[in-house]
Write a protein that binds this ligand. Structure first.
Ligand code: DP6
Length: 351
């Protein structure tokens, strides 16, 4: 039985509970998701593949409140507001429509990504919310269903439902929306014995000028480099799956690095250009090249920001961390992550 079907047996309760708590971790894409073909359903142009981390969990509880007139959302102890609150409320509306329950919810989210660490929290955040809300409203979803649901909060969250490596299928591009929606979800990827680490170099923790959502849209609409990258990304995915299967860390790293640099090239080709990479990013990228010259298998990937994540063997992680810390001189922090678990229900204390 494929691994994802085994995990699907963790099917969540079908009857609405008073409340549920879930924990989920962020993931870093080795084959990037960049560009939506359907903005409302969060359907991507290309499939992507990531590693879920074992650091920075988000714990979210959802409790139904039959008396409340509106959802109450608390984020790290303070009431959520603005865009953050709007996205969570919209997500709960979707869950309510599916459950046919109208109850409002009290949502409490605790995110352990250090403030300003420059790591997106939406993947772990919406994965935890999807698992907790689906249980609280009694949707009775298996893991593929939870992945589809998490996708509606944030595309990359579809992958954080699973631990280790996960692939998010773009789904059938030509299908009508309902069918396309069903065909786009993540599932675990079979990998050999890699023992990888991701060393995360935070070179700038400040807020970004352009949100990833807006940057993605602008790239698809205006960059002449988007289509060629999307085509090559499809080939990268095929090669990546083979490299993971044979536990070839150098091939995994090479493919991940070129895929990420290609994604940033599509942004530089947008009109006006979106440039997330800073001088400090390039300095860290130089240190990764230097490590390779010294015989260390180290490969970089970057998301919608200037920070660099370096894939390496776990046994090399301290050395890589030291090198990138020195390169990022003065600014920033370095974190070491390994492969982590998928999103899951926990008791109220988070265990
Ligand atoms: C660069 O998942 O944050 O990190 O679907 O609009 O919420 P939305 O976008 P989001 O985008 C992540 C983009 C990326 C690459 C990746 O994680 O695959």
């Amino acid at each position: 039985m494929p691994e994802h079907q085994t995990t699907a047996l963790r099917t969540r309760e079908r009857t609405a509970a008073d409340g549920a708590t879930a924990v989920a971790h962020p993931n870093i894409a080795l084959i990037k998701y960049w560009g939506k073909r359907d903005e409302r359903l969060h359907l991507p142009w290309t499939s992507s593949l990531s590693m879920t981390l074992d650091i920075f969990p988000t714990t979210t509880s959802v409790r139904l409140d039959a008396e409340a007139a509106d959802d109450e959302v608390t984020f790290n102890g303070s009431p959520a507001s603005g865009e953050e609150r709007r996205r969570i409320a919209a997500f709960l509306d979707l869950v309510r429509r599916r459950s046919r329950l109208t109850h409002r919810a009290v949502v409490d989210t605790r995110n352990t990504v250090p403030t300003g660490a420059g790591l997106a929290s939406s993947a772990g955040g919406f994965a935890a919310l999807a698992v907790a809300a689906a249980a609280a409203y009694g949707l009775g979803l298996d893991d593929a269903g939870l992945s589809r649901l998490a996708r509606r909060g944030s595309g990359s969250a579809s992958r954080s439902i699973f631990g280790g490596f996960a692939v998010w299928h773009a789904g059938t591009p030509t299908a009508p929306p309902a069918e396309a929606d069903l065909s786009s979800y993540a599932e675990p990827v079979v990998a050999g014995d890699l023992d990888p680490a991701l060393v995360i170099a935070v070179v700038n923790a400040g807020p970004k000028e352009v949100s990833s959502r807006a940057a993605m849209r602008r790239t698809v609409e205006t960059s002449p480099l988007f289509e060629p990258w999307a085509a090559s990304s499809r080939d990268d995915l095929t090669e990546m799956r083979a490299a993971l299967l044979r536990a070839d860390l150098d091939a995994v790293g090479e493919i991940a690095e070129r895929n990420a640099l290609g994604m940033h090239a599509t942004m530089l080709g947008a009109r006006p250009a979106v440039r997330y990479l800073s001088p400090a990013t390039l300095t860290v990228l130089d240190s990764v090249l230097e490590l390779r010259r010294d015989g260390v298998s180290a490969y970089a990937t970057m998301d919608a920001g200037p920070n660099v994540k370096v894939l390496c063997r776990r046994t090399d992680a301290e050395r890589v961390a030291e090198a990138v810390r020195a390169a990022a001189a003065g600014g920033g922090t370095v974190h070491i992550a390994g492969p982590g678990q998928g999103a899951r229900l926990v008791d109220e204390s988070g265990r």
